[in-house]
Design a protein around this ligand. Structure first.
Ligand code: FES
Length: 163
């Protein structure tokens, strides 16, 4: 299997894993799983199969255990995401305030369905659970930046600034 890291990333991965493992008893290496998967994503921007393989080797677990964790939590990407990840909240408060229309409009604008990445690799559009801004619904997040009280037009303007 191809190496997921270049030489510098490999050194940082090895050091990071060693530090994580030092926090747990030798027979509890699996306890470092979340940190190890996060480390892979920090280094290469997502969690490729080769990265899962390396985590499995270091933690002495089957790759399926790493896959379980990487696919369970939405903050981990098991497919390479776009440069900008747009999370549109479609939970109840946002839904009542037009989140579906917002999401549909962005799907049309970007020519993708929720869960997909644009052909140019720039945007990944996703549905999200409550983003904690129910009182200023509807809202979305672009990478780490949060935006509230959005109309579709305002959301499109946000994207235009990134294009
Ligand atoms: S329901 Fe959308 S932020 Fe809570």
């Amino acid at each position: 299997m191809a190496a997921p890291f270049d030489a510098d990333q490999q050194a940082r991965f090895d050091a990071g894993i060693a530090k994580l493992l030092s926090q747990f008893p030798n027979d509890r290496k699996q306890a470092a799983m979340m940190g190890a998967v996060r480390l892979v994503q920090e280094l290469v921007g997502w969690v490729p199969p080769e990265g899962m393989e390396q985590v499995a080797q270091k933690l002495e677990v089957p790759v399926s255990k790493v896959l379980e964790v990487a696919t369970f939590y939405v903050m981990f990407f098991t497919k390479k995401p776009g440069k900008y990840v747009i999370d549109v909240c479609t939970n109840i408060s946002c839904s009542l305030c037009g989140a579906e229309k917002l999401l549909e409009g962005l799907e049309r604008k970007l020519d993708v369905h929720a869960g997909e990445t644009t052909a140019d690799g720039k945007f990944t559009l996703r549905e999200a659970e409550c983003l904690g801004s129910c009182h200023t619904a509807p809202c979305l997040q672009i990478n780490e930046d949060h935006h509230e009280n959005l109309s579709l037009k305002q959301a499109e303007e946000l994207l235009a600034k990134l294009a």
